[in-house]
Write a protein that binds this ligand. Structure first.
Ligand code: ASP
Ligand code: MG
Length: 416
């Protein structure tokens, strides 16, 4: 069996849904499990809904009406005969969403988030599964909340692998094709859960691992994995092959093309991961597998905006030692701060961290109890894997250099 994942951009309107059918038409007779995200920017809109419900519900009906209209516009284009049962199926979901909103007594923001945001994927898969059936691509719709069992860490739920494996193996049988949701699951009490934003890639990897898929394919609007985000860097080129390990490194440094958690399960069972263009399904895209780091071996550019470069020093010019560092890292951990680069001097340590308007001031306050602190905000961090001199220059000249670091395979520079 193959596992295919179609993200929000690949199902954003009726034309895109038809294109999914066209892509699948290139794989006649293959058993495929199709994992789908919410359509277009639906998840962002549902996040707004959660916010409104949390703040007392004013305006929430307008958001639901807007989503209902967007989805029914797509349905009308795909199913001109309005007696098709998809109209009813999707209306039931929107009614459930309304009832959930009305009934909610918000106590737990993250739990509410998962209850509402999971509708995006439920609706999109209903539409896509029905459309594929109407084009004679026979498939069964599956509810991922009944397959992916997680803990109750709402919004960032962790998969219960053993339970999920049992559920998936009981349900998914050879000789069939299926459509299900990425990103969602449920806890032991059947409360919906989500796996973290952009988590559908990870869902594909979970199913791929359990089913020992022949391959997992992520369909994107780019030709594959490029050596830089084309929206940021010019003259980027396609990477034909990447090792699992290199893919994990690239994701770690912030390459956004694959969700960082996706690779590891696949690597454990040597299941190839392919990133391919849904606009050009006959092109092979990028294959992530065992083997050499990168083919071709090109410098890979990653840019992270919204960084803060924080310098923490001892007050009395004492050497900064393990004791201080462990205090500092404890605070990072406590505030959930991700450190992207660090460098030490005798009496100070500098850290490039993701800026968060709420967390950063709190962290600074906590640090200044024991240390003297200073920081630059609006910092950009560039990372270059497999750098060359020209590649280093290219990112270095984009601003004033605050901090630079080189290791065997990686060059990083923080600029303002
Ligand atoms: N729809 C979810 C999101 O936008 C999950 C995903 O697309 O992977 O974050
Ligand atoms: Mg998405």
């Amino acid at each position: 069996m193959k596992v295919f994942k179609f993200g929000g951009a690949s199902v954003k309107d009726a034309g895109s849904v038809r294109n999914v059918a066209r892509v699948l038409g290139c794989f006649p007779g293959e058993e495929i499990l199709i994992i789908v995200s919410a359509m277009g920017k639906t998840t962002n809109t549902l996040e707004q809904l959660v916010q409104l419900v949390f703040e007392g519900k004013a305006g929430s009906q307008e958001i639901i009406d807007q989503l209902r209209k967007q989805h029914f516009d797509i349905i009308k284009e795909l199913f001109p005969a309005d007696e098709h049962r998809v109209y009813n199926d999707v209306e039931i979901l929107f009614t459930q969403l309304e009832l959930t909103v009305q009934a909610t007594q918000v106590t737990d923001y993250n739990k509410l988030y998962d209850q509402l945001v999971s509708f995006g994927e439920l609706v999109s898969t209903k539409i896509i599964s029905s459309f594929l059936n109407s084009t004679n691509y026979q498939n069964k719709w599956l509810d991922a909340r009944r397959l992916v069992r997680t803990d109750q860490n709402y919004r960032f739920a962790r998969v219960d692998w053993a339970f999920t494996e049992r559920l998936v193996k009981e349900t998914i049988t050879p000789g069939n094709r299926y459509v299900t949701q990425g990103f969602i699951g449920s806890d032991d009490d059947f409360n919906p859960t989500t796996l973290g934003r952009e988590g559908s890639d990870y869902s594909a990897s979970v199913f791929g691992y359990i089913l020992e898929a022949e391959e997992v394919v992520i369909w994107k609007d780019v030709p594959g994995v490029l050596n830089g985000d084309p929206k940021i860097f010019d003259n980027v080129e396609l990477l034909h092959q990447i090792s699992y390990r290199e893919a994990i490194e690239l994701a770690y440094f912030g390459a956004s093309v694959i969700h960082p958690k996706t690779i590891q399960p696949l690597q454990k069972k040597s299941i190839p991961l392919r990133v391919q263009s849904f606009l050009n399904p006959s092109q092979p895209g990028t294959l992530i597998t065992e083997g050499s780091d990168l083919t071709p071996l090109l410098p890979c550019f990653i840019k992270k905006d919204k960084q803060v470069l924080l310098t923490v020093a001892t007050r009395d010019l004492a050497f900064i030692v393990e004791d201080h560092l462990s205090k500092i890292y404890k605070l990072f951990h406590q505030f959930g701060v991700r450190v992207n680069l660090t460098q030490n001097t005798a009496v100070s340590s500098s850290f490039c961290i993701n800026h968060d308007p709420i967390i950063t001031p709190k962290l600074m306050e906590a640090l200044s109890e024991d240390f003297s602190t200073s920081y630059n905000d609006k910092v950009t961090l560039y990372s270059v894997r497999h750098y060359t001199d020209a590649a280093k220059q290219r990112v270095r000249k984009s601003g004033e250099v605050l901090l630079e670091q080189i290791s065997r395979n990686t060059y990083q520079v923080a600029t303002v």
